[in-house]
Design a protein around this ligand. Sequence first.
Ligand SMILES: [Zn+2]
Length: 420
Amino acid sequence: MSESVLITGASQMLTLRGGPRRGNSLSNLGLVKDGAILVRDGKIVAVGPRAQMERRAEAKFADKFDLGGRVVLPGFVDSHTHLIHAASRAEEYELKIQGTSYEEIARKGGGILNSVKKLRAATKEALKRRAASALGEFAAHGTTTLEAKSGYGLDVASELKILDLHRELNQEQPLEIVSTFLGAHVVPPEFRGKAGGAEKYLDLLMEKLLPEVVVRDLAEYCDVFCERGAFTVGQSRKLLAKAKEHGLASRLHAEQLSRTGATQLAVEMGAASCDHLEHVNNADIRALAKSKTVATLLPGCDFHLGLKEYAPARKLIAAGAIVALATDYNPGTSPTMSMPMVLSLACDQLRMIPAEAIAAATINGAAALGRENAIGSLEAGKQADLAAYEVEDYREIPYYFGMNLCWMTMKRGEIVWIKD
Ligand SMILES: [Zn+2]
């Protein structure tokens, strides 16, 4: 016989029921006071006010789990991370503080290429240990699903090493990892400075690496860093189209440091998401609003780089785009595993209200990964992925910044982290 669990004691339960949100509905949390959740076999059987849940026959025989008056919400869905990398870039952090720009550091072989050098030299075991420890931090902050991109290998063996690790970690630890192939992160050193170097590298990606990724079923998405110094819109279109033929859906790094037109490409390709968006124009915003492509904002990146210009979140929301939030966890521009910190930045810098930020980090994050029917809200039939916070009011989650108030994280009905 399967075991059921009745979770009670939620002073506020944010259900986020009703699917991905646009415009005014972004702030609709589906809040239930004194809520309860009935879970069986890792899935939600029923959700609602405690009194109603307790009347159900199954609830009477279920194990009980009391949240002690805490606030419960769906586990965060972090739809943009660069999980696998070999080391921090603390040395560049110092240079940036002293005034060297991110692009200048990149031109001198720092930036992404610095991480590529370190990753190629690292053993698979060392990379795995580092990622496993990061995953523990993600769980401790209330994240239950995250996307992970390759892109620090940039040769056949190293990219496959990263994608293999996504699969291994997905099987060996409780958080769900959605794998993205980002071979087109930047042009690797051995192809740089040569005539047609970028094109030759793209050929390698399309002819050799992509088919291998597909045969081994190592990724669900293909992503491109479409940016000056990385790949053009034309090159991005070529690779994403090829990936699509192979069955990989598209996502894009778009308009981060400059406006390239990547957002229009994302919409044209029917991409699942289009991420960064600091430099979108009004036409880009209108195009996103009319599409199903999720506009994923990564304020941790601007914060860490000390930039003044954040993405125009208010304009995107007002226009009706599906806005999501993610950490962009990576060693160069956003070294954080904390979605609560990202919520604080979304509120303080993007001027989103706490309810909007929470919806953007849960149900809309799930939409960015094509999983809005399985995760991202507390509804019957979905996975029992949730997190409880040591606060009296959900608005305190972003209000207290730089602190971790997560008390317990549950993935598929199992407690994967709890504060002792
Ligand atoms: Zn990124």
